[in-house]
Design a protein. Structure first.
Length: 275
């Protein structure tokens, strides 16, 4: 039961990133300022955790650049997208894009791709196409969709690079620390402003739902195993949707429900193991 509650807490933290970002940006905070402060706060929290644990940072900077740039694309795209996208739809587009980009990455790297991953990738892609197909019930701004797809691709590349990390927490701390440079530069160039509440939410998103959330996730991950961990993450878009409904009054449409079944079902199918 303890493992179950810790897993639920980690998933709530991940979903809260969507809700916190959406709340901050609907309150007139600048997306680049929010992303930069979120990264800075997350880096500080993760570095403190690494220090307290007595770990050593993997200071091979040339090998860290691709990871930190991918993380930067995720952070900036995530914030830009939530200027317009509802919490649940944004999380669903993000997860679908991550799944498809990781599938494409496996093909590019010429890794063996089992049948269930082909089927899962096609289902997830079909769900995204269905969700984003313009009709009378929902039309999402093209720039917001592109930004979230970019965030998903960034996170997918980040995940592909990080699969062989020996110390995921230390690697993540260093990647966050390096990502403060490009996100900080973008913030300085745009000179975006944060409201007081926006700054508080950015720090909470960086320290609590990103920093401590990732630390908690890495703690329970070895006990869950890859298969159960993947299934657990399917709850994040649903939790984000519920958070958007409760805190922002965002509606839940039939189209979103069908798209969720297709995207999350596709991700679930892709993680099935062959007997």
């Amino acid at each position: 039961m303890r493992l179950l509650w810790l897993t639920i807490l980690a998933m709530v933290a991940f979903a809260a990133n969507s809700v916190l970002t959406r709340v901050a940006l609907t309150g007139a905070s600048d997306p680049f300022a929010f992303a930069a402060l979120r990264v800075m706060s997350g880096a500080l929290a993760l570095l403190v955790l690494v220090y307290l644990r007595g770990s050593v940072l993997p200071l091979k900077l040339p090998t860290r650049v691709p990871s930190s740039l991918a993380l930067t694309v995720y952070m900036l795209g995530f914030s830009l997208a939530y200027l317009s996208l509802p919490s649940g739809a944004g999380a669903l587009i993000l997860f679908g894009s991550v799944q498809i980009s990781m599938f494409a990455g496996a093909l590019f790297l010429k890794e063996p791709v089992p049948v269930q991953r082909w089927l899962g990738g096609m289902l997830a892609l079909g769900g995204l196409v269905f969700l984003l197909w313009p009709d009378a019930t929902a039309q999402f701004p093209a720039f917001a969709v592109f930004a979230m797809i970019s965030a998903g691709v960034g996170w997918g590349i980040y995940s592909l690079i990080g699969r062989r990390a020996r110390d995921p927490l230390a690697d993540t701390a260093l990647n966050f620390a390096l990502s403060t440079i490009p996100t900080g530069i973008v913030w300085l160039l745009t000179q975006g402003a944060l409201t007081g509440m926006g700054a508080v939410l950015a720090i909470v998103a960086g320290v609590v739902t990103s920093g401590f959330g990732y630390a908690l996730w890495y703690r329970v991950l070895p006990q869950l195993g890859a298969s159960r961990a993947g299934v657990a993450q399917l709850s994040v878009p649903v939790l984000a949707m519920l958070g958007g409904f409760v805190f922002l009054g965002e509606g839940i449409t039939f189209k979103f429900v069908i798209a969720s079944v297709l995207v999350l079902g596709g991700i679930g199918v892709s993680m099935l193991r062959r007997p």
